[in-house]
Design a protein around this ligand. Structure first.
Ligand code: HEC
Length: 211
């Protein structure tokens, strides 16, 4: 492909991406039972989910999953399996940084509408602590988006919550790598704890509002 053709393809690719992003920004979420509860409608949140909310704070979920999208918009290593057939771990942010630095589509790149907002990317370099880190996902509608984890290795939320409750450092296990985030620690793995957290995750769901 000639350099001109390549540039034309990149331009079309960028414009399609920007159009989809512009549409996505117009889609909002309706009020979930959790939102109605937060607004003061106490009865909107089932009792089990209310118990789950207490556990959510006590066991540290809110340290990373907080704010309107229930994400700190940061990166952490919580030792979820990669799900790769060759049993190798995913390096996550560690290799993602290099891919980003080499990409013509970065926020400070030639296709950006506002290169200054991505200026910080020039200082970004892979450091050891990024190994195995992934972006904290939003928990809105999470009960409807399985399988879960970056490798899609959790087929149900019970398994995922049990992983958190064990709070085990899995370094050295196949499919995980790097240091476990210090905010992850074990908590009571009794049945009521797990079902209450599951009820809470379900209460984060609401249908999207499409304009
Ligand atoms: C140290 C930060 C941190 C804490 C504390 C934390 N999480 Fe997470 N959570 C993450 C990150 C990062 C991911 C994505 C990890 C991955 O895919 O490797 C994630 C993923 C998830 C997912 C899967 C989302 C999806 O779409 O696949 C759920 C559900 C979840 N967390 C719930 C919880 C609950 C419940 C707690 C408390 C018991 C909790 N988290 C505590 C950072 C955290």
């Amino acid at each position: 492909m000639s350099a001109d053709d390549r540039r034309a393809v990149d331009r079309i690719f960028t414009n399609v991406g920007k159009s989809i992003a512009a549409f996505e920004r117009t889609v909002t979420q309706g009020e979930s039972p959790f939102d109605r509860y937060a607004r003061g409608e106490i009865g909107a949140l089932p009792v089990a989910a209310r118990d789950g909310l207490g556990i959510y704070f006590e066991s540290g979920c809110a340290q990373c999953h907080h704010g309107p999208s229930l994400s700190d918009d940061s990166f952490h290593n919580i030792h979820f399996d990669s799900g790769r057939i060759d049993l190798q771990p995913d390096l996550g942010r560690f290799e993602g940084v290099d891919a980003l630095r080499g990409s013509p589509f970065r926020a400070d790149g030639v296709f950006s509408d506002s290169p200054s907002t991505g200026a910080h990317l020039r200082r970004l370099t892979p450091v050891e602590s990024m190994r195995g880190q992934f972006h904290t996902p939003s928990l809105r509608n999470v009960s409807r988006t399985g399988p879960w984890g970056h490798g899609g290795t959790f087929n149900n939320l019970r398994e995922l919550i049990t992983h958190y409750a064990e709070g085990r450092d899995r370094r050295g296990d196949l499919r995980t790598t790097g240091e476990l985030d210090p905010a992850i620690g074990p908590f009571h793995r009794v049945e009521s704890t797990i079902t209450s957290l599951m009820a809470l995750l379900q209460a984060f769901a609401a249908p999207p509002v499409v304009p």
